[in-house]
Design a protein around this ligand. Structure first.
Ligand SMILES: Nc1ncnc2c1ncn2[C@@H]1O[C@H](COP(=O)(O)OP(=O)(O)O)[C@@H](O)[C@H]1O
Ligand SMILES: CC(C)(COP(=O)(O)O)[C@@H](O)C(=O)NCCC(=O)O
Ligand SMILES: [K+]
Length: 279
């Protein structure tokens, strides 16, 4: 078995994948902390031959995790942001400083779709661009839905957006504090995404397929007008591409990859941008 770990600032996600069949056997998530309890937080390590890790938590979290695993698992692979991987050239001045979850998303998106706009809606919302030739442009970081809400300190902290809510309802003016806050942060997130996408496609002269991942991807997806696909396993896709272990992975297949969304034409993106400027 292969254990994939995606350690974010809020949640540590894990997934157990069968090495022969490439089937996903189980998955889960726990709050990010320094100590894992195999058998409780993550599956029993006896069945695991290889672990692949993407971590953006504090260095101590990764160190503790690797220390625990090194003694119990034959192969431990830790992803790092590089200057260049798999045909993608990192756009950061200091490539290693790019969050490795963003790098994994950019690599997975490029492997799936060629050029892409890869968005991760987690503790932070990150928007990264890769052009069809593999040039990563860098990206944008804004606070995620939960962080935006917590920063307001209006006593609405524990009333989260219902992930089943419809976008139309979430975009209406709120009539209570909780509603005003939830609708405000939702509007902030989706309008930033729509605008960033249009601006960059316009600047670069290319309409790119958009891919969404992260804990808030589904609810954010409903408010994003640009055609896109939600890919919950996008970070894992980057791990599969960087450290291919199964036959399917060696052939370039990433588990759970969506169909590539067909972007709207550049003319339409530009018309939308021009229209929003006139308002
Ligand atoms: N069951 C859940 N528990 C905690 N957060 C959740 C849950 N479902 C959705 N969320 C949202 O997802 C975010 C965490 O998403 P995730 O992509 O795992 O973040 P990160 O990678 O930063 O840890 C939270 O900030 C919250 O807004
Ligand atoms: C921007 C992030 C905090 C997002 O992390 P997440 O929301 O997935 O927990 C993470 O990618 C990170 O720590 N990045 C380093 C800074 C950078 O990418 O420039
Ligand atoms: K994120």
């Amino acid at each position: 078995m292969i254990l994939d770990l995606d350690i974010g600032n809020t949640l540590s996600k894990w997934r157990l994948k069968e090495a022969q069949s490439s089937e996903i056997r189980s998955r889960g998530a726990v709050w990010t902390r320094e100590e894992w309890r195999p058998g409780a937080d993550i599956p029993d390590l006896d069945v695991v031959e290889s672990v692949r890790i993407s971590s953006v938590a504090r260095a101590a979290v990764l160190d503790e995790t690797v220390n625990l695993l090194r003694h119990r698992v034959p192969h431990v692979y830790v992803a790092r942001s590089m200057r260049e991987s798999l045909g993608v050239v990192n756009g950061y001045d200091e490539p290693r400083r790019l969050g490795v979850d963003r790098w994994m998303g950019a690599l997975a998106g490029y492997q799936l779709a060629g050029g892409c706009c890869a968005i991760d809606c987690g503790s932070a919302i990150t928007v990264d661009f890769v052009l069809p030739g593999g040039s990563h442009l860098g990206g944008y970081i804004i606070p995620g839905l939960r962080l935006m809400k917590e920063s307001l300190k209006l006593g609405t902290r524990n009333v989260t957006i219902d992930p089943e809510s419809e976008a139309e309802a979430l975009l209406e003016p709120g009539k209570r504090t909780v509603e005003a806050v939830n609708h405000g942060i939702y509007m902030a997130a989706v309008s930033a995404i729509n605008r960033i996408y249009s601006e960059v496609c316009d600047q670069q002269g290319v309409a790119l397929p958009m891919l969404l991942t992260g804990g808030d991807a589904r609810v954010v997806s409903r408010g994003v007008q640009v055609p896109h696909a939600v890919w919950p396993d996008m970070v894992y896709g980057g791990l599969e591409a960087c450290f291919p272990l199964t036959l399917a992975e060696r052939a370039g297949k990433m588990s759970g990859a969506p169909n590539v969304p067909e972007p709207v034409s550049l003319e339409k993106i530009r018309a939308g941008l021009a229209f929003s400027m006139l308002l």
